[in-house]
Ligand binder design. Structure first.
Ligand SMILES: CC(C)(COP(=O)(O)OP(=O)(O)OC[C@H]1O[C@@H](n2cnc3c(N)ncnc32)[C@H](O)[C@@H]1OP(=O)(O)O)[C@@H](O)C(=O)NCCC(=O)NCCS
Length: 171
């Protein structure tokens, strides 16, 4: 297990963050549906972090975004979209991904945490943080996606709309 040092993401040069994302994901990453969900909004500085290794090199990042699920009546339900979480290939499996996820979720407001949503592997995000696709079966996204990979996490799932369209939140 590497010693992960986490710092706020806004301390990092945005060009380095983009270079890291290019290495962790395929080059077409910007065409992904997740990018459309958060189109035109900025990531949330209080919930976004970078991981630095022992030699002060950037090895991982996590960004969280303001989004909302708009229900059939047109009411917007604000949520936090978690991700991308990305770790450089040569540093994967050393605990950085877990540390980044845990830091973002711990930074949520303890008084009124918004529901969190993400697109990812239910095995990984369910096992460690309780994300689940159990309540997202009626949710839509502005592009193609695998329904079983649309995950939500919420103290009280009863507040989650059964149906809706996820998109950027400029509230
Ligand atoms: C997914 C990712 C962020 C995980 O970060 P990481 O630093 O490699 O993971 P960690 O070392 O913190 O966690 C490792 C544990 O998670 C498990 N794990 C990692 N990725 C997994 C996945 N996709 N599905 C299931 N389990 C997974 C490992 O088996 C390991 O389990 P163990 O602790 O029992 O050995 C990283 O692999 C990555 O950047 N991948 C490419 C980009 C990507 O797909 N991001 C996710 C979509 S936003």
């Amino acid at each position: 297990m590497a010693q992960a040092t986490l710092i706020p993401l806004d301390n990092v040069d945005p060009a380095l963050v983009e270079a890291l994302l290019d290495r962790a994901f395929e080059p077409e990453r910007r065409t992904r549906t997740a990018y459309k969900v958060r189109e035109g909004v900025d990531w949330l500085p209080a919930l976004s972090f970078a991981a630095i290794d022992g030699e002060q090199h950037l090895v991982g990042t996590i960004q969280c975004w303001p989004v909302a699920l708009t229900d059939a009546e047109g009411k917007a339900h604000p949520m936090v979209m978690v991700g991308p979480v990305a770790v450089l290939p040569e540093h994967q499996g050393a605990g950085y991904g877990k540390a980044l996820m845990t830091a973002s979720l711990a930074a949520l407001s303890p008084l009124a945490p918004l529901p969190q949503v993400m697109i990812g592997d239910p095995e990984y995000y369910g096992r460690f943080w309780g994300f689940s696709n159990a309540h997202t079966g009626g949710w839509s996204l502005p592009g193609p996606f695998a329904q079983h990979r649309l995950l939500a996490r919420c103290d009280n799932p009863a507040v989650l709309p059964r149906e809706g369209m996820l998109g950027p939140w400029r509230g």
